[in-house]
Write a new protein. Structure first.
Length: 211
């Protein structure tokens, strides 16, 4: 039975959290149930998948499954997403979710990325029990995010096991390094307008520093 589902944007750390939880003692798949090629039977009690965002509200997720929403620093996410241009399968799936997004991306990749971040996070937020920042994952027994995720799945994760799992799992390595020639974006370099305003406003709502 799938007890816990972690959703978020692509490049928000869903692979990292799946690997880390599994090492900590909570078997968690990454895009195994909700994958680019369809929905499959659950073999683990937890799943982390941005693809599952598409299925929120479509009766594809068991009623007993607890859904939580994971976010990543919006500027770090934006740089990871914009500089990675070879994820064709992901873009084909996003085109199903948001028809026309490929053409938008071709015209203005940064504005399209900002709109995508807002759209997907709002969709996740509306169907989730709670939202947490991937940067807040820690090993504080009784109050840390990892321990809380374990409780939601019905698994008690000990502090030592969590600490070992965090030490063995590299957050940055799971974030698609992409093209080496990419010029990093910052808040001041984002194109002004409603897209940036909404992007920055939601970032502040999630507790990130922004404009």
């Amino acid at each position: 039975m799938l007890r816990l589902l972690i959703v978020g944007c692509p490049h928000s750390g869903t692979r990292f959290i799946a690997q880390m939880l599994t090492r900590a003692g909570l078997p968690c798949g990454h895009e195994q149930v909700f994958a680019l090629d369809g929905v499959k039977p659950a073999t683990r009690i937890a799943e982390s998948s941005w693809v599952a965002t598409h299925y929120l509200g479509l009766n594809a997720i068991p009623s007993e499954t607890v859904v939580v929403h994971q976010t990543r620093d919006p500027i770090a996410w934006l740089n990871s997403w914009v500089r990675t241009t070879t994820a064709d399968a992901a873009w084909r799936f996003l085109e199903i979710m948001y028809p026309g997004i490929g053409a938008e991306r071709a015209r203005d990749p940064v504005r399209t990325a900002m709109r995508l971040w807002v759209r997907m996070n709002r969709r996740c937020e509306s169907s989730s029990l709670r939202t947490f920042r991937i940067e807040a994952v820690d090993h504080e027994f009784g109050s840390g995010i990892t321990h809380q995720l374990g409780e939601l799945a019905g698994v008690t994760l000990g502090p030592d096991r969590i600490a070992d799992a965090l030490a063995a799992t590299d957050l940055d390595r799971n974030h698609h390094p992409g093209e080496s020639g990419h010029v990093p974006l910052a808040w001041g370099s984002l194109p002004a307008g409603p897209d940036r305003d909404e992007f920055a406003g939601l970032a502040r709502a999630y507790g990130y520093d922004g404009l």
